[in-house]
Design a protein around this ligand. Sequence first.
Ligand code: ASP
Length: 341
Amino acid sequence: MSKSKVLLIYTGGTIGMMQDPKSGQLKPFDFKHLTEQIPELNKFDVTLSSVSFDKPIDSSDMHPGIWSDIASIIKKNYDKVDGFVVLHGSDTMSFTASALSFMLQNLNKPVILTGSQLPIGVIRTDGKENLITAIEIAAAKEKGKPVISEVCIYFEFQLYRGNRTHKFNAEHFQAFRSANYPVLAEAGVHLKYNQAAIKKHNAKKLKVHTNLDPNIAILKLFPGITQNVVEAIINAKGLKAIVIETFGSGNATTQKWFLEAIKKAIEKGIVILNVTQCNAGKVEQGKYATSAALKKIGVIGSYDITSEAAVAKLMFVLGNTSDKKEIEKMLKSDLRGEMTV
Ligand code: ASP
């Protein structure tokens, strides 16, 4: 059997960073530095190739333009390799994984994002294991078909569906959580795949969407939020959609000014998506009186989607259609396993 081929796409992040001797700050470094630190890569029974962004970045500088570049690299190499590993900072990894999941329609090969909390040059780094196992997963096949055919994050012995994740810890090696969807695999002595949770492989042809519309906002509610703040966001120039992060199962203040402001926004054509502030559980508009009004005025309930996936989904949907009915239909549907409807 021929060796699996995996393409590494290096965008930056702590995994490849080095300490600046003058300032002591961590700064992204080139790909060569990274691979030199992991001689194990040469022992792999996998044919590795790589693409590196000219200027590796801290993922806080990530933006939709780079998401499009990553998606285009995947498109260009889709028929040449068996899987992809995207090296990326952990800070915004969940946003990138979510965005890629929407952009890569009918994906049938593994796209595994990984990174680390400590740079690869540091003795206790978590980067080596993360990278080596991510490559193993990207190369894994069964009966000639890839074991994984979706966008995932591999971090600290766990493989997650990318658009279900959230970075919840800035310090622990276990930085991600997928509260509303089971892990897809666990790495111990063996790599144990959770077949029931993994997306099934199919024969559909990949379709890559690189148009994203970033004219959206997140409005996180809190007791005491003022009318001025809410209206300032709603009236932002060019705004097309808002994710409102509500309390509990989708609840919000019932103050008249608030409901009127949201109603006016919807009448102006702004899409309002209701996502819970809770890490686990789902929005159920109408369960409480404090969410029934939102449903009545046309706020779209987003079930158990994460805020990260909601942001990416809105950018994707708005970047691909301006038809109101279609937008609503797409937002209410589970497009890439991002929510349980
Ligand atoms: N600030 C870094 C980044 O997101 C953190 C990391 O890589 O974990 O690029």
